[in-house]
Ligand binder design. Structure first.
Ligand code: CIZ
Ligand code: SF4
Length: 360
């Protein structure tokens, strides 16, 4: 009989730790646990591999384990399912672990946008659709179908180079900030970028604005990274002028412009770890990563940028109780919470993901 999550809800984290360790030992090589940088410690410590979504998607593609348990959010488990072999099974411990940014674009709205753009442009020849990996599988499939590609925060620049070498415009979704920050860093003027408001006809733009734009940015954003403000940097620097500021490109342009470094979670970890002893850092990304980095780098002063605690509430959903539950079910021969992308979407999404993997 399949074990119920309700049997685990009342267990303490320590009780779950013991169950997780025992189940991992029983499953051995048949199971691999992947942990995203934004996972809380109680879960992160059980991961066989940790990283950002790009690294973990490569780990998933290379793994031979029968079960890939993805401690992250829904789109990441979808990527693991798409890139893994047909006999491998991707599992998301809590199905409610989504991504609010990914949800800001959906296939219906993107199709609508594409057909509206087609009234003004020769879309198939003029526009490369680029989706941030933080998106549903059917949007990756949309990109695969229309000669587009996927990007992550660690390869966005190279992916935009690839895209502009093919067609003169890019439709970038769902995160306007990653799109804007990356294109701006590559030297594109803000005048060449427009924001597509998916609630308005023609994205709230004029025909001329669309024709003149190089970069059409979907108006999605990350609810966590939007909390970081330029004044947080100003206030902190007033007190500690020697501080280095490092931000994730999901933060807004003003924050990124005031930062000494901008990059993905992998980049943030690498840069801060390699910095001088006793250096001081102000970091704009998810709280769990910043706290863990602070605990690890005892020789440095590492501060979270926002005075308010902002962690990703959906990343937080994965807890030791859910992890113990999925693993004990696997030991008992039951797969719960499998993430399975429909074949039609998976093939086209894989095309867009492989295009990305061939660039980086
Ligand atoms: O790509 C990822 O894993 C995310 C969500 C952030 C980052 O920069 O690593
Ligand atoms: Fe999505 Fe933002 Fe959470 Fe990342 S931090 S998973 S972009 S809501």
């Amino acid at each position: 009989m399949t074990l119920s999550i309700y049997d685990y809800a009342a267990l303490t984290d320590e009780e779950c730790d013991a169950l997780i360790e025992k189940a991992k030992a029983r499953l051995g090589d048949r199971c691999v646990i992947l942990g995203h940088h934004y996972q809380r410690n109680e879960v992160f410590k059980h991961a066989d591999f940790s990283g950002d979504s790009l690294k973990l998607s490569k780990d998933a593609a290379e793994s031979t384990a029968e079960y890939i348990v993805f401690c992250g959010v829904h789109f990441m488990a979808e990527v693991a399912d798409i890139l893994s072999r047909p006999n491998q099974i991707a599992i998301l411990p809590d199905l409610a672990a989504g991504c609010s940014m990914a949800d800001m674009a959906n296939l219906m709205k993107v199709n609508q946008c594409w057909s509206e753009l087609a009234q003004v442009l020769d879309v198939e020849n003029e526009v490369t659709p680029v989706t941030y990996i933080n998106s549903a599988a059917d949007l990756k499939a949309f990109c695969g179908e229309h000669g587009g590609i996927v990007c992550t925060s660690s390869n966005a620049e190279k992916i935009l180079d690839w895209s502009f070498s093919r067609r003169e415009k890019v439709l970038f979704f769902p995160d306007q900030h990653l799109g804007r920050n990356t294109a701006h860093r590559m030297g594109m003027s803000l005048d060449d970028m427009v924001v597509w408001d998916f609630t308005k006809p023609l994205g709230g733009l004029t025909v001329e604005e669309i024709k003149n734009a190089k970069m059409i940015l979907w108006n999605g954003f990350c609810s966590v990274h939007q909390m970081f403000k330029p004044e947080h940097i100003d206030n902190f620097l007033a007190q500690y002028p020697e501080t280095k500021v490092i931000s994730h490109p999901e933060a807004c342009l003003e924050v990124c412009q005031k930062s000494d470094y901008v990059g993905s979670t992998e980049f943030i970890l690498k840069t801060v770890r390699a910095s001088e002893s006793r250096s001081r850092w102000l970091v704009a990304t998810e709280l769990n990563l910043v706290n863990r980095l602070n605990e690890e780098c005892t020789d440095k002063n590492i501060h979270f940028m926002s005075p308010m605690l902002c962690m990703c509430s959906t990343m937080f959903r994965t807890d030791p109780q859910h992890l113990a539950w999925v693993l004990e079910n696997l030991v008992a021969g039951h797969v719960v919470n499998q993430i399975s992308v429909p074949e039609k979407d998976a093939l086209l999404a894989k095309k867009a993901l492989n295009a990305m993997l061939s660039v980086v």
